[in-house]
Ligand binder design. Structure first.
Ligand code: FAD
Length: 475
């Protein structure tokens, strides 16, 4: 597709729509919008300008203008994504959702909230706390926005008990690529009326429409929580434990698996201490319940399962301060290795296969003499593996010569992806495809499947103006 550049006429139209304050043309300010948490800014990632609309009507006018003039539009939420989805690689307009900030309604009778898509997870959680309610999905960065979370079908640690965004989003207001505004779904738990456009928009990564408002399920808070850390000698015993825990009456909120090296680096980064020092593979199990006694019973039951499966020790954090400290270390694992991360993989395999998959990753580490720090959401089979430009040694990361890591990069990453797929896995459990995984789509899907994706995209976005170059190969 040959796109047009933003000319003086279009710029003045955009200023008419949004007001001068909310149209950014200054390169020094645009830099903040030219990256996400994985892609770093460079000359290829700068949009021509940034607009910050305040209403759905402004967005509709911007999109009509862009469509008429064949200008590409990239939507940006919190920019916390890890796959380059919110980064513009073809100039055009970067549409930031940061000014759509209203929490329109907290409906306690239906346990649903209506929220504009620029509300951050942190802001939403704060508001819900006032009502003793909560919203379970928890990607690692609290600055993620509701719209971005819906567009990536975000998950996080609590999926095992509460599901992904797809399980919780009930209705959406969307601006289509021709500027029309539509509403899909509603305050409904059940809806079998035809194809689900709602589900099509969830996980569409800004390629089919701009999500401006959402109706989402919320829950009453389980005030009693407890965190259990369990170290093992090897990943197999850890995963066997997970399968058994999932067969118990009360499912934990989360069961994360972590390996020792990233934990040690994060302790050092934060100056905080992970309470367990032994074992190579650790499980971090969080449970919650309205009834305090039930939490204790559940802890006893889980501890018994862990002990029967070779746990080296069981550490139970009851007080909030210790639980927060553990959660903080878990949340910062990525931060501790980030400077040396070359590729982030987000493969999801059937949960019972995680142990075998991680063992294969360790074989690849040996075969190619690389370090692949890996951790993830054990209970839902989602593994985050990182290809690095450094190696772990004695509590720090030592850089590997550039020619060495570059020469192995494609081979190793391809083998990881193929291995994941051979377990019946997906190339993305929760981060989405964006640009970073677009080349793996052909490894996962048949030509027929990809052809259907292309046709769906064309039905919505004939001129391919919304987030071009993302998710679907050769479009
Ligand atoms: C340390 C760290 C840990 C993380 N852990 C997790 C995790 O555990 N689980 C998880 O799921 N994610 C995780 N993430 C990734 C990230 O936080 C999620 O992908 C999040 O959902 C992105 O939200 P965002 O608002 O920042 O979206 P952005 O990065 O701004 O955008 C992501 C995609 O959504 C599109 N988009 C954004 N807003 C809209 C909208 N209103 N309408 C249509 N399309 C839109 C963009 O075009 C882009 O394609 C982590 C990130 C970091 C930095």
């Amino acid at each position: 597709m040959n796109y047009n550049k933003v000319n003086k006429f279009i710029l003045s139209e955009l200023i008419n729509i949004c007001g001068e304050k909310d149209v950014i043309v200054d390169k020094k300010r645009i830099i903040d919008y030219s990256h996400d948490e994985y892609i770093k800014p460079d000359e290829n990632t700068f949009p021509e300008l940034v607009v910050k609309p305040k209403t759905v009507y402004e967005i509709s006018k911007i999109i009509k203008l862009a469509n008429r003039n064949l200008i590409p539009v990239t939507v940006r939420g919190g920019g916390t994504g890890l796959s380059g989805g919110a980064v513009s690689f073809c100039g055009g307009i970067l549409l930031s959702m940061e000014n759509l900030k209203k929490i329109v309604e907290v409906d306690k009778k239906n346990f649903m909230a209506t929220v504009e898509s620029g509300v951050t997870l942190q802001e939403f959680a704060k508001e819900l706390e006032k009502h003793n309610l909560f919203f379970p999905p928890k990607p690692g960065d609290e600055y993620a926005m509701i719209g971005g979370m819906i567009a990536t079908n975000a998950g996080g640690a609590r999926v095992v008990k509460y599901g992904t965004m797809r399980n919780l989003v009930r209705g959406l207001e969307v601006v289509l690529p021709d500027g029309e505004i539509i509403n899909v779904g509603g305050k409904l738990i059940k809806n079998s009326a035809g194809y689900s456009l709602l589900n099509l928009f969830i996980g569409s990564e800004g390629t089919l429409g701009i999500i401006t408002k959402a109706i989402i399920s919320i829950m009453s808070r389980n005030v009693n929580t407890l965190t259990i850390l369990v170290p093992y000698d090897n990943i197999d015993s850890a995963i066997k434990t997970v399968t058994e825990i999932l067969n118990t009456k009360n499912v934990p909120v989360s069961i994360e698996f972590l390996e020792l090296e990233p934990i040690l680096l994060t302790e050092k980064l934060l100056g905080k201490s992970w309470p367990v020092k032994v074992g190579k593979a650790h499980l971090m199990i969080v449970i919650d319940n309205k009834c305090g006694e039930c939490v204790n019973e559940q802890t006893e039951h889980i501890s018994e399962i862990c002990n029967n499966n070779g746990a080296l020790e069981i550490f139970v954090a009851e007080n909030n301060v210790k639980q927060k400290e553990i959660a903080e270390i878990r949340s910062n694992l990525y931060e501790s290795i980030k400077n040396y991360v070359v590729e982030i993989l987000d493969i999801a395999v059937p949960p019972a296969s995680i142990g075998d998959f991680v063992n294969e990753l360790h074989q690849l580490e040996k075969k190619y003499s690389v370090w692949l720090p890996t951790y993830g959401h054990a209970a839902d089979g989602n593994v985050h593996t990182h290809y690095m430009s450094g190696k772990y040694f004695n509590g720090e990361i030592i850089p590997v010569p550039e020619n060495e890591w570059r020469s192995k990069r494609d081979l190793v990453v391809e083998e990881i992806v193929k291995t994941g797929i051979s377990f019946g896995g997906s190339i993305s459990g929760e981060h989405g495809i964006g640009v970073t995984k677009i080349n793996f789509m052909r490894s996962m899907y048949s030509e027929k499947y990809l052809d259907l994706l292309k046709k769906i995209k064309t039905v919505f976005d004939e001129n391919n103006i919304l987030n071009p170059g993302k998710m679907i190969p050769s479009l």
